[in-house]
Design a protein around this ligand. Structure first.
Ligand code: 13P
Length: 249
């Protein structure tokens, strides 16, 4: 059985007080069999971790650097994260690709280094609107995966969760239809299967991200290759996030 996951990516939102308030709200929600994760600002990861000490909600990082330590101003290392008990990180979010020039080469370094350091990763990928409009979405996704995670040997895959996030659906209110999500997730699982076989591909959780809301979550999560969601805006509202978590139960 694949892990069902709902992860909230808070991006650059919530100051300290808001972080504490939202976590206190989330703690009141009934946790289901779903693995629930939240990714607050790196500045507040330790606070979040302390507040959720007795909770099954996992605190994860939005990003990590690809070197162990050194003169990399402003960056956070795997060891720093592990030191405060964080063992999962997002890598390759489209906003990191677009605004911080993270390309496939750097992303592969990050993935390798993080997993070699004992971390789990949620690797994000997805096409832009122009790719979908020109019917190149499968080619673009295939190349994003072939240049990164599909280069790894199969041992790495027990630490990898994937998140398909079509860029045109992020923060736009426009969601991929459940059929579009399923079609891409199935395609991705087949790519993994071709490289590593069904035993590996069947175990990989593939999350969908892009304007998931309480109103569309049940339908998206009902698809057989959609194992959960990576939620942006709706994860900032405790009641919405709770509904989305329950939609995946
Ligand atoms: P939205 O849910 O706000 O569209 O963001 C999705 C996302 O980027 C999660 O990483």
């Amino acid at each position: 059985m694949r892990k069902k996951i709902v992860a909230g990516n808070w991006k650059m939102n919530n100051d300290l007080d808001q972080t504490i308030l939202l976590i206190e709200e989330l703690k009141k929600n009934q946790i289901t069999k779903v693995n629930v994760m939240i990714a607050p600002s790196s500045l507040f990861l330790k606070t979040a971790k302390d507040l959720l000490e007795d909770s099954p909600i996992e605190v994860i990082s939005q990003n990590v650097h690809q070197k162990s330590n050194g003169a990399y101003t402003g960056e956070v290392s795997c060891d720093m994260l592990k030191n405060i008990g964080i063992s999962t990180t997002l890598i390759g979010h489209s906003e990191r690709r677009a605004h911080f020039n993270e390309n496939d080469f750097v992303l592969l370094e990050k993935v390798k280094f993080a997993i070699d350091s004992g971390m789990n990763i949620i690797f994000c990928f997805g096409e832009q609107l122009k790719d979908r409009k020109s019917n190149k979405h499968f080619d673009v996704v295939k190349s994003q995966l072939e240049n990164t995670v599909l280069k790894l040997n199969s041992d790495f895959w027990k630490n990898i969760i994937l998140a398909y996030e079509p860029v045109w659906a992020i923060g736009t209110g426009e969601t991929a239809s459940a059929e579009q999500a399923q079609e891409m997730h199935e395609f991705v699982r087949n790519c993994i299967s071709k490289s590593y076989g069904d035993i590996v591909s069947d175990k990989v959780s593939i999350l969908y991200g892009g304007s998931v809301k309480p109103s569309n979550a049940i339908e998206i999560f009902s698809k057989k290759d959609v194992d959960g969601g990576l939620i942006g805006g709706a994860s900032l509202v405790a009641s919405d996030f709770d509904e989305i978590v329950k939609a995946n139960s």
